[in-house]
Design a protein around this ligand. Sequence first.
Ligand code: COA
Length: 148
Amino acid sequence: MINIIKYSQEEKNNNQLIDEIVNFLFINLENFGDPIQYIRNALNYAFGRTNSNSGFVAVAYNDNNIMVGAAVVLYTNMKGVFPENLFAYLAVDKNHRHQGIGSKLMQYVLDNTNGSLSLQVDPKNTARQLYEKFGFEVKYLEMRLYRM
Ligand SMILES: CC(C)(COP(=O)(O)OP(=O)(O)OC[C@H]1O[C@@H](n2cnc3c(N)ncnc32)[C@H](O)[C@@H]1OP(=O)(O)O)[C@@H](O)C(=O)NCCC(=O)NCCS
């Protein structure tokens, strides 16, 4: 059985938990991942470690209480031009995929957020099918100007 636990600001000083989630995401995002510091920045934001930003992390544990999936949501404090929630990361342990854990996490995120969500997905990533199954659609082409 899969048990999903929601962590947020109350755990902001739990360095061991936050390190575990950062490492889990870094390993399991694989080809579609980010530098570890980007992941840590998102976690710092979700746990309210940086000023008043916040969000939450939903972690899926198996029967042996091993972390097998994680989803990170950041609250934008916006509505309209930017949706209320940024779905920053979703990953399931390599050895536990195709068992519905990603879908469970997605449903959990939808049940535990208010308002709209946006996310980024590589066009080649099969995760896109999961997102479409839950009603996500391509609305805009994202453009970035990178600056130091
Ligand atoms: C994407 C990911 C989270 C899905 O987790 P999962 O537990 O395997 O997902 P589920 O078992 O709930 O599958 C959900 C749906 O996703 C799709 N899907 C997931 N992996 C797939 C794959 N390798 N090939 C095709 N479809 C896939 C299917 O549509 C599936 O629906 P179905 O079971 O009704 O066919 C997981 O593959 C993962 O961690 N990938 C690496 C990290 C990543 O790419 N994250 C997303 C970044 S945007």
